[in-house]
Design a protein around this ligand. Sequence first.
Ligand code: AMP
Length: 272
Amino acid sequence: MTAWSEQARASGKSIGFVPTMGALHPGHLSLVSKAKAENKLVVSSIFVNPIQFNKPEDLKHYPRTPEQDMAALSDSGCDVVFCPDVKEMYPEPESQVYDFGMLDKVMEGSFRQGHFNGVAIVVKKLFDIVRPHNAYFGTKDYQQLQIIRVLVRMEKIPVNIIACPTIREPDGLAMSSRNMRLGTAERKAAPLIYQTLQGAKERIARMRPAEVKEWAVNQINANPFLQTEYFEIADADTLMPAEQAHPNQTLVACTAVYAGNIRLIDNILLND
Ligand code: AMP
């Protein structure tokens, strides 16, 4: 992989990179299309990263659809698919511990211990191997995107991080590899998550963040198939919880919701 990249770079070709864990859907493929439009060559990786899973059950049941993934990547203009195995990526146990300050302590970080450290380790390794000029990440994983921006700054990795919008089902549910594991009733209930985020955006101008939060949690939990793990309104850069909406501050609402035993996340910028 690295030899191929070195050769492409030496001949002046730009490389766009889309890291994924496979089970690809149109959300992933939108990243590949954007990478293709902005670079001469596109690399995608498929690697289900064991060290970012905090629940062995979640790792075990993570969907894997390699044949369909290859076909979809090829149709979307991807030039190279990098699919390392676990031993190759982790010949020895990992001991690196990143310090992201508060960024990995809130929201996803507080409910998924070690998750972002695992993400940072694998993304750093992938960047070192693939050596892209530009790397594409979904805003769907908002906190992950912020972590990666900080990682790149901290480690001085010469890559541009490009944020891509969340692709949704027609009913508003954010596309996710986990959606295929939803039961019928849970799938029917799930669009309420995005409807509630939109409701929060509509209310933030006239209600305090704490009131919006309370409204949102009640709204989601009123559905018997949904249970909110967290619903936060935070500064869009630092992800620190917002007590008050300030005129010059961009806020983001982020939520994690269990639909049955499937955990879904979504977010919305409140004043973009
Ligand atoms: P994953 O395979 O879940 O690790 O996701 C790989 C990349 O695809 C990440 O940058 C995600 O943020 C992005 N992604 C996942 N779902 C969507 C979506 N619905 N729309 C846009 N990007 C997405």
